[in-house]
Design a protein around this ligand. Structure first.
Ligand code: ADP
Length: 188
């Protein structure tokens, strides 16, 4: 089985594509955004620590994010394959993930980066505002998330490129067509 990182800016379609890929391949889905939202909703100690940071659109510090990720990995020792969605978002996170996988005798096999323009991201998230009610979708918070993406997260791409695991997929257009292009990479 394979381990996959789905990569892209906010609103790139990572959640939508994750659902389809999980159905087809049976991945264990690890979305750090969903995990943080679960903690804030349930007002856990971790939720209390990250709520304000998340709601501002900033990245949660690596040490907190990496510890939470490790805990999720440890909860799923039988997993045949993981789909990481929204992680890694910084180079130290990417390095930590490689170390964890290696320690388990495994590896990250593919990184699929969904390529979407900033303009498209803004249009999609503006549309989502009327249905999803995410505090961090508000204009000012979204600006912060986009800044975080282009100042920190984007540097993860050369990290994986250097390791020869990076695939880019055009992320605008028909959802099923995009999905087909991702599956073609995984089935190779
Ligand atoms: P997006 O739509 O921006 O991809 P996510 O649902 O993946 O949103 O994440 C929401 C928020 O959760 C981020 O803006 C950030 O505050 C926090 N977060 C999620 N994943 C990470 C991560 N890997 N590192 C740091 N912060 C994260």
């Amino acid at each position: 089985m394979i381990n996959l990182v789905l990569f892209g800016p906010p609103g790139a379609g990572k959640g939508t594509q994750s659902e389809k890929l999980i159905q087809k391949y049976g991945f264990v889905h690890i979305s750090t955004g969903d995990l943080f939202r679960w903690h804030t909703k349930n007002d856990t100690a971790l939720g209390k620590r990250v709520k304000e940071i998340m709601n501002s659109g900033a990245l949660v510090p690596d040490e907190i994010t990496i510890a939470m990720l490790k805990e999720e990995l440890d909860k799923n020792p039988q997993a045949k394959g993981f789909l990481f969605d929204g992680f890694p978002r910084t180079v130290p996170q990417a390095e930590a993930l490689d170390t964890f996988m290696k320690d388990n005798g495994s590896a990250i096999h593919h990184i699929v980066a969904l390529e979407v323009t900033e303009e498209e991201v803004r249009t999609r998230i503006a549309k989502r505002r009327s249905t999803d009610n995410r505090v961090d979708d508000e204009e000012e918070k979204l600006n912060k998330r986009i800044t975080e993406y282009f100042s920190k997260t984007i540097h993860v791409l050369p990290y994986y490129k250097n390791h020869g695991r990076l695939h880019t997929v055009h992320g605008i257009g028909d959802i099923d067509e995009i999905n087909k292009n991702i599956c073609a990479i995984l089935d190779r």
